[in-house]
Design a protein around this ligand. Structure first.
Ligand SMILES: NC(=O)c1ccc[n+]([C@@H]2O[C@H](COP(=O)([O-])OP(=O)(O)OC[C@H]3O[C@@H](n4cnc5c(N)ncnc54)[C@H](OP(=O)(O)O)[C@@H]3O)[C@@H](O)[C@H]2O)c1
Length: 251
């Protein structure tokens, strides 16, 4: 019984069309690998061409896109390439992120331009890319059980950590944006969630807290498995809900 329900969860990802921003390092790379392993079709985005080419070379079937989500002019080209590669979209994961000035600075010492850069990547990027892909997500929701947007959050979205001002502000705004968008899009069959992966051993964490014992940190692969489970469970739930909504006469 338990094995069957686990199998069901895994099956839910087969053939799913998934786009992941920031797919060449840390959590994003682990997500690319996890979703490919579970049979999803995956497109990913990052700024550095060499990093994108390397991931494509090492992961058969992954579609790499070079682009910067913080740049308004890059958003439509990124969205068009995602749709061209996957033929539609069921799941969008806004994972790419900017930490802000490093070493981390007090807000009073944070340049306005640094705050702008962090907000452009962590808030405006996910907002613009989601908006550009809403039509495709709505179309997926009409044809299948439902579509999912997963915005990668942080405990810094909730806790007021000194020196995490730019990053924490951007993640708090992203978290609230996700909650409001979820309320607005539920009727369209699109779920928007915001999840904190926990403290992981990644290049970004090393930049933020270089003195930490990295062996104590969570592996990004563990967080990727948890995120994929969360997406799979949500899709399975939406599937059951949409079945219930089909009138008896057409079942
Ligand atoms: N690490 C942690 O402990 C931790 C804790 C809580 C939350 N998070 C969140 O988890 C997510 C992943 O973090 P991570 O630690 O895995 O980061 P990471 O190792 O620094 O990887 C960031 C990825 O995003 C790409 N990227 C950065 N800016 C981009 C942009 N403007 N446009 C497109 N791609 C961009 C990078 O490639 P390029 O440089 O080539 O663009 C890279 O692939 C982030 O949302 C982060 O805030 C992390």
């Amino acid at each position: 019984m338990h094995a069957n329900s686990e199998d069901d969860v895994f099956r839910q990802l087969h053939g799913l069309r998934v786009a992941i921003t920031g797919g060449t390092s840390g959590l994003g790379l682990a997500l690319v690998e996890e979703f490919l392993d579970r049979g999803a079709q995956v497109a990913f985005v990052a700024r550095r061409r060499e990093g994108v080419a390397e991931v494509v070379h090492e992961h058969a079937g992954a579609h790499g896109i070079v682009g910067d989500v913080s740049r308004k002019d890059d958003i439509h080209p990124i969205a068009i390439q995602i749709l061209a590669a996957l033929g539609g979209l069921d799941v969008l994961i806004n994972n790419a992120s900017n930490l802000g000035p490093s070493p981390l600075a007090l807000l009073a010492d944070t340049e306005c331009e640094d705050l702008e850069r962090v907000l452009a990547t962590n808030l405006l990027g996910p907002f613009r890319l989601t908006k550009a892909l809403l039509g495709a997500l709505a179309s997926s929701a009409r044809e299948g059980p439902g579509a999912v947007v997963l915005n990668v959050s942080s405990d810094a979205a909730i806790s007021a950590y000194p020196r995490w001002g730019a990053y924490g502000t951007s993640k708090a705004a992203l978290h609230h944006l996700s909650r409001i968008w979820n309320e607005e899009l539920t009727a369209e069959g699109i779920a928007v969630m915001s999840l904190d992966p926990g403290d992981m051993d990644t290049p970004m964490h090393a930049l933020a807290v270089p003195e930490v014992d990295r062996t104590q940190l969570k592996r990004p692969e563990t967080a990727a498995r948890e995120f994929a489970d969360a997406v799979a469970k949500l899709v399975a739930f939406m599937n059951r809900s949409s079945e219930k909504m089909v009138p008896e006469s057409v079942q």
